[in-house]
Design a protein around this ligand. Structure first.
Ligand SMILES: Nc1nc2c(c(=O)[nH]1)N[C@H]1C(S)=C(S)[C@@H](COP(=O)(O)O)O[C@H]1N2
Ligand SMILES: [Mo]
Length: 196
């Protein structure tokens, strides 16, 4: 059995150019996997926003929804129909007071990883903070306790073990974006590498 396959004809319109389907759900992490318990976990919003800290109980107080999303890693594997549950980013954002100049977010993670998004790419109906994966609490390897899921961009934007959202008026680049990945990362436009 192969680990990666060409998409079949019925899947072709769901798999961006240059991608192959992964059989399992590979783990892609730069560096060590942070081990953070739900009790110790906290998320700070800062920058162009009223500063606020969210603890696990604050996240559980928000509405949770099941969602299914395709996942496209820039290293050319995609996984279709990943089943998650989580809090819609739009519901989360209703809990924070942004300043009018805020136009970008830099996501911070336990372990030091960062990634950047415009607010237009971050606050979309299909984007979530995920708490479970295939019916189980989100495993640490896949970003537990809490990760971002942004299906319309390459998966390096789907930050694991998040602990901070920094709101900015100008774009600041995250870890991979500083190291040559594209600042936006649209898989359908093959925005793999920076063009600057
Ligand atoms: N904090 C953090 N988030 C991260 C990464 C990482 O190294 N650290 N890797 C990214 C990359 S490149 C991908 S493809 C996905 C992989 O998610 P998975 O390990 O759950 O498959 O997580 C993204 N989020
Ligand atoms: Mo990736």
């Amino acid at each position: 059995m192969k680990f990666f396959e060409q998409p079949g004809p019925h899947q072709a319109d769901r798999v961006p150019p240059g991608q192959h389907l992964a059989k399992g759900f590979p783990v892609l992490t730069y560096g060590e996997t942070p081990q953070v318990s739900q009790g110790d976990w906290a998320l700070q919003v800062f920058g162009l926003v009223a500063p606020k800290t969210f603890h696990w109980t604050d996240i559980l107080a928000l509405p949770q929804q099941a969602f299914t999303a395709d996942f496209h890693c820039v290293t050319t594997w995609s996984k279709l129909d990943v089943k998650w549950t989580g809090v819609a980013i739009s519901d989360f954002m209703a809990q924070v007071s942004l300043l009018s100049e805020a136009a970008y977010v830099l996501i911070h993670c336990y372990g030091g990883y960062t990634t950047n998004l415009s607010l237009a790419d971050f606050v979309r109906p299909e984007n979530f903070l995920a708490l479970t994966l295939f019916g189980e609490p989100l495993p640490a390897a896949h970003g537990g306790p809490l990760r971002v899921v942004v299906p319309h961009l390459y998966a390096w934007k789907s930050a694991k073990w998040i602990n901070g959202l920094e709101f900015l008026s100008e774009e600041a680049l995250g870890f991979w974006e500083c190291n040559g990945y594209h600042r936006r990362g649209d898989p359908w436009a093959k925005q793999r590498y920076s063009d600057r």
